[in-house]
Write a protein that binds this ligand. Sequence first.
Ligand code: PLP
Length: 369
Amino acid sequence: MIYFDHNATTAIDDRVLETMLPFLKFFFGNPSSLYRHGRLVRSAIDTAREQIAGVIGVHVTQIIFTSGGTEANNLALTAIKSDSKLAISAVEHPSITEPAEYLARQGHELKFIGVDRNGIVSQEAINEIIQQRPALVSIMLANNETGVIQDVAHYAQQLKNKGIIVHTDAVQALGKIPIDFKRLGVNMMTLSSHKIYGPKGCGALIVDKDVNLKAMLLGGGQEQGLRAGTENVPAIIGFGKAAELAGLELAQRAGHLLKLRNILEDRLLSIQGISIFAKDVERLPNTVQFGMEGMDGEMLLMKLDKKGIAVSSGSACASGGGKPSSVLVAMGVTAELAKGAIRVSLGKSNTEEEIIEFIDLLETLVTPG
Ligand code: PLP
């Protein structure tokens, strides 16, 4: 199989798996237990926390482990004070838009921060939102469909100066571009393990001292009382290792991905009628989303699948929904073109040969006759 869907999920790195295995088999103690078997596991979790803290430049106490990016995003929005407004960008992942819409049904006013035709939040949109005086704003660092990177640092500073709490979903950015929590200047940031060659079912919300979260799970007081429940020990340990590797290998991985992306984009543009979304703005080095008028993205995905190539026709969660991508719609892409969208998201093991095989096949599938 040629796997081109790394924004949906990644295969676990062998080095990550090796780190996890002893904690599935031998070191099964509960990290809250006081005897040695428990303390040893606690110390392995502490190591994972240090590994993650090191990659994004935070203190270990700022990390709250969760079951993934979805839970971390939901938890972030609990920081909203009662009777206050919430604003999110128009291109957020459903794990932000759905809880935001839930909060709106509970009486919070919800505002959407518009994006331009490249999916970028503009200064005008930020000025407008500041006028609305929301208590909390969420703007993702990198988009899962288009790969577009937002200037979160620039906007976070302006918003925080007005006393607004700022959250960013950095699930797709981690491991692909450098991330420094302090330099971004946000109050909260979401991460997920399975997008960086770590195990599924693990993520984290990074918080600063100004944030007052409301725990969604109450119980044994784990994670500073903000996320009760016995820790998913092997996954947390795997997440830590995956984060460490992502930090150490960032430059090499990003260089490889960008080289492949350039080859892919050059070849794509030589196919008549294909356009690449947000082509000329800063994007993740691994992501290309393209469309062609009259093309059916889902149909093309199935044809590619038959030939052993895995791509996405939008975000993984939206796939199969039959609706055009809300991200592309927010960018003003016509429903017709959006329905034909295909996302290729490359990973560290992909090769130039795979790109060429994909493009050769794509040409035969989209060229009439
Ligand atoms: N945020 C973004 C931008 C994502 O792409 C995803 C997953 O696709 C998530 C959040 C959810 O993360 P998880 O799958 O760990 O719940």
